[in-house]
Write a protein that binds this ligand. Structure first.
Ligand code: SF4
Length: 431
C-alpha cells in the first residue's frame, strides 16, 4: 500500500471511529499507571496462551516461540504465578469459561494440567474448558489426558483436507493425520468438536471448500469454523506466497466461497453461529473471542476488563521474569470510556451475526438510538432482518459487514502487535 493510500485509509478509519465512539475515547496504549490494579470481579473467563510451536506456519500472526522442552518448566511456573497475581487482585471470581489457545497447547499438556489445577484452587470454575489442538499432536494418549483434565470443547486446526493446500500453507502434516485426529476426538465424547477450515486459498475452488466441510462433518465435527486466509501484514504470508508465485484469490472468489459455505451448511443442518462458524444441533458453541470479560495468562495474552483492555508483554523471558517475581506482566493498557464499552459490545454481537434487541438499549445507553438507526439502514440494504427479538445479519450482511470489521480490526491489530512484538515494554502505541 502506498504512503498516500495508507494515510487516506487511516483518515477514513479515524472518521468512522469518531462517528461511533466519539472524540473522548483515547486510542493510545500505554503502560498501566503504577497505582493501577484490576478491580475485584464476581465473574469472568480465562484465556491461557501456550506459546510453543514445533513448526511455524508462514501465515500465522499469533505470539509464539519455537518449542523447546527446557522451557516448559519456566513456562508453567510463570503461568501459575500469573494466575496467583490475578486471583490476589480480583478475588475468587466465578470462571464461566476457560479457553486454552496458542501456539500449540497440546505440546504442553502437563503444563496446562498444572495451570488448570491452580486456577481451580484460586477461582470457582463452573464453565466449559475449550482447547485448540493440532493434527500433528493428537493421539489417543493426548485425547485421554484432555478428557481427564476436564476439557469439554475441542477445536482441531485442520485447515484443509487437500495435500497441496496444506503444502501451500506450510502445515506439517498430511490429510490422513487430520482424518485420524478428528476420528479420535469424535470417539472421545467431547461436548463439541470444532474443525477449523480455510477458504479463499490460492487455486481452491468452491467445490474444494464444500468437500472439506463434508469430510469434517462426516468424521464427526459438530461445529465448522471456516475463515479466509487473512493476509496479516506482519505475518510472512505475503512474502511467502509471492515467493511461491501464487496469486491470492480476488474478492469475487472469496464471496463465491462464502456463499457456497452458507448454502452447504444450511443444507446439512448446520446453523450459523458467527460470521465464520456453523454448529449442528444443540451442542455448545465453541468460540474463542466473544466473551464479555476475560483475564489472559501467558506471554502476549490480552485481558478484557470492566474498565478496558490490558496486554501482557509479548517477550517470553520478560513475561516469565515478571510473573515469577510476583510482579505484573502487563505492558499496555487502553482504558475504555462508557461509549467505547457499548460499541465494543455491539462489535462482537455483529461478529455473532445476531444482536439481541432487548440488550442493545442497556449496552449502548445514550448511543442506542444511533445504533438503531444504523441497524435500520442495514435492514433496508438487505444486510439484516429482524426476527424473534434479534437483529440478524443475512448471508450478504455477514460477508460485507465482516469484511469491513476485518479491515478495521486488522489495521489496529497490525499496529499494536507489530510494535508490541518489537519492544517488550513499549512506552506508547497509538492506533
Ligand atoms: S497456525 Fe498454529 S501451529 Fe501454525 S504457527 Fe500458528 S499457532 Fe503455531
Amino acid at each position: 500500500m502506498s504512503r498516500l493510500s495508507h494515510s487516506l485509509s487511516d483518515f477514513v478509519l479515524r472518521q468512522i471511529r469518531n462517528h461511533f465512539v466519539g472524540p473522548d475515547q483515547s486510542w493510545v496504549f500505554r503502560p498501566p499507571p503504577s497505582d493501577w490494579s484490576p478491580q475485584p470481579a464476581e465473574r469472568t473467563s480465562i484465556y491461557l496462551h501456550v506459546p510453543f510451536c514445533r513448526h511455524f506456519c508462514p501465515y500465522c500472526p499469533y505470539t509464539k516461540i519455537p518449542f523447546d522442552k527446557s522451557l516448559l518448566e519456566p513456562y508453567t511456573t510463570a503461568a501459575i504465578a500469573e494466575v496467583d497475581w490475578w486471583a490476589d487482585r480480583i478475588g475468587p471470581a466465578a470462571i464461566t469459561s476457560i479457553y486454552i489457545g496458542g501456539g500449540t497447547p497440546t505440546l504442553a499438556t502437563d503444563s496446562v494440567e498444572r495451570v488448570l489445577s491452580r486456577v481451580r484452587q484460586r477461582f470457582r470454575v463452573n464453565g466449559d474448558i475449550c482447547i485448540e489442538t493440532n493434527p500433528s499432536d493428537v493421539d489417543s494418549e493426548t485425547v485421554k489426558r484432555l478428557r481427564a483434565m476436564g476439557v469439554s470443547l475441542v477445536s482441531l486446526g485442520v485447515q484443509s483436507f487437500r495435500e497441496e493446500m496444506l503444502t501451500l500453507l506450510g502445515r506439517d502434516y498430511l490429510p490422513i493425520a487430520a482424518d485420524r485426529a478428528l476420528g479420535l476426538l469424535a470417539d472421545a465424547g467431547f461436548l463439541s468438536i470444532n474443525a477449523d477450515l480455510m477458504f479463499a486459498l490460492p487455486g481452491q475452488s468452491s467445490l474444494d471448500v464444500t468437500s472439506d466441510l463434508a469430510r469434517a462433518a462426516q468424521l464427526g465435527a459438530s461445529q465448522l469454523t471456516t475463515y479466509p486466509l487473512f493476509t496479516f501484514p506482519y505475518s510472512k504470508v505475503g512474502k511467502y506466497l509471492n515467493l511461491k508465485s501464487v496469486r491470492m484469490p480476488d474478492l469475487g472468489t472469496r464471496r463465491a466461497h462464502y456463499r457456497a459455505i452458507n448454502e452447504w451448511t444450511a443444507g446439512h443442518n448446520f446453523e450459523r453461529v458467527s460470521v465464520w462458524g456453523y454448529k449442528k444441533g444443540t451442542v455448545p458453541r465453541y468460540s474463542s473471542v466473544t466473551r464479555g470479560s476475560y483475564i489472559g495468562i501467558g506471554p502476549g495474552a490480552g485481558s478484557l476488563l470492566a474498565d478496558g483492555f490490558v496486554l501482557n508483554t509479548f517477550d517470553f523471558n520478560s513475561w516469565s521474569e515478571q510473573t515469577t517475581g510476583g510482579r505484573t506482566a502487563l505492558a499496555l493498557r487502553l482504558p475504555f470510556d462508557a461509549k467505547m464499552s457499548g460499541w465494543w459490545w455491539l462489535y462482537w454481537r455483529l461478529y455473532d451475526t445476531r444482536i439481541p434487541l432487548d440488550e442493545l438499549d442497556q449496552a449502548l445507553a445514550g448511543d442506542a438510538p444511533k445504533a438503531r438507526r444504523w441497524l435500520k439502514i442495514f435492514e433496508q440494504a438487505g444486510l439484516a432482518v429482524r426476527r424473534n427479538g434479534f437483529f440478524e445479519l443475512t448471508e450478504a450482511g455477514a460477508f460485507w459487514l465482516h469484511l469491513a470489521q476485518n479491515y478495521f480490526a486488522l489495521n489496529y491489530v497490525n499496529q499494536l502487535w507489530t510494535q508490541a512484538g518489537l519492544d517488550p515494554w513499549p512506552q506508547a502505541i497509538t492506533i
